[in-house]
Design a protein around this ligand. Sequence first.
Ligand code: HEM
Length: 358
Amino acid sequence: MAANTEPVAADAATPASGWIEERTQGRALAAALLHVRIPAEARTLYFGGIALFLFGIQVATGTLLALYYKPTPDAAYDSVLFMMSDVSFGWLIRSVHHWAANLMILFVVLHLLRVFFQAAYKYPRELTWVIGIGLLGITMVFGFTGYLLPWDQRAYWATVVGTEIAGSVPLIGDQLLLLLRGGVDVTEATLSRFFGLHVLVLPLVLGGLLAVHLTLVHQLGLANPKRPDPRGRPPEGKTVPFFPNYVLDELIAWYILLALLVVLASLFPAGLEAQANPLETPPHTKPEWYFLGVYELLKLVPRIVGILAPIGGLFLLTVLPFLDRNPEVLARRRKLAVGTATVVLVAGIALTVRGFSS
Ligand code: HEM
């Protein structure tokens, strides 16, 4: 990389760009980052890149929302109302934030499924996968903590139910509930905690993990879905340049996503119910769609099974690259892994659909 090579004297187009080049050695950095080759057969379906783009949108819109949001039970609701009605384009910014949050979870899950079905979690990408599971977990905690912030009835009671479920985890449930709520009930203390997590802790942790994730992707290159990486030797097969081929395709996908976000936000703006009232329980409280499957499972099986099944599932998913010793990457030669995942996926979708219609 640039730090280990002789600094290059600038022969740039303008004196200004030459001045910057001499002081940054930026061309060497760009070459190291962009001028790599990827397998011609690699098909990422753009999902990972779209998740990255949506995270960028969340940081940008979230920063704007934070300029007006007030994280106390007395002021939170009114500050959101003010943004929606009085701040120029406030409704659009909040609605884009709402839709990008949902789409980010969807695309992170689609990205995980793509990586799984193409067996891209196998040698040498085991750590990329494990860090990816951390990214998925943090993305969902982002959704859970953000949901409370408007402090309306739906936000308040979904948080009561969600933290109650966390309180049923064997052995550590009671402590977990107190830790999440900052006390016995959902109060001002809960709102402060969720706000701090949502705007400070989670963005820092997600940003850090993402930097490691993408560095590993860069160092190892993309997986070839047709053949496994040979151990101790460079991957074989035809390659294509990452830049401009892949980068331009990805930018087109981002552009389409941006248009979709604006259309969704304009046609279906983020809603706001009545201000939270801890004394008035609404008739039906449902979590967001990405927790609906687990919520539905809890109604169908004994509580302890409903709690332990997703925790066990997440653990198995994390250690998958170390459990699955089959070196094959083609789906037809991975019948056990692909068959099990398909059954779990269909069950998860069926539970979520049941949750919507019940
Ligand atoms: C915030 C969430 C995430 C972001 C922004 C992200 C981003 C990316 C990007 C941009 C790539 C390059 C290839 C592509 O576009 O698909 C990638 C590759 C990869 N990701 Fe993620 N990722 C996230 C979560 C996950 C999750 C949940 C998993 C799985 C548990 C995962 C596992 C992997 C693996 C194994 C690769 C290498 C794939 C290959 O070589 O084909 N990532 N990720």
